[in-house]
Design a protein. Structure first.
Length: 109
């Protein structure tokens, strides 16, 4: 019996959809809990990028009605979304392979 790859959840951006496909294939995520965690991580990924776009457009600070500088509210959304994304990815407990075989710093040249 041939396995079918779960479809990209509706509402994800093109970038998040690409990560969905890549992570599903690379880590063979197929269980319901894993799929939900991955979807949650990628929704947070999208929110983080939407907030980043607002920060780029409007700046990292705004001026309130009293003329005082205030942090752009999108900064909080970006921070919280990044945290949610990383938490969901950590909960997936992906088996990450080390980039090198030996421990420690790479040798100098």
């Amino acid at each position: 019996m041939k396995k079918t790859t779960p479809k990209v959840p509706p509402g994800l951006s093109a970038a998040a959809a690409a990560w969905w496909r890549k992570l599903l294939i690379e880590y063979e995520i197929a269980d319901a809990a894993g799929l939900l965690l991955l979807e949650t991580a990628l929704q947070a990924f999208d929110r983080m990028h939407e907030a980043r776009a607002l920060i780029v457009k409007h700046g990292s600070v705004t001026i309130d009605r009293f003329g005082q500088l205030r942090a752009n509210p999108a900064s909080t959304v970006e921070r919280d979304s990044r945290s949610a994304m990383l938490s969901a990815l950590k909960a997936l407990n992906l088996d990450l392979e080390p980039l090198r075989d030996a421990a420690g710093r790479p040798p100098g040249r």
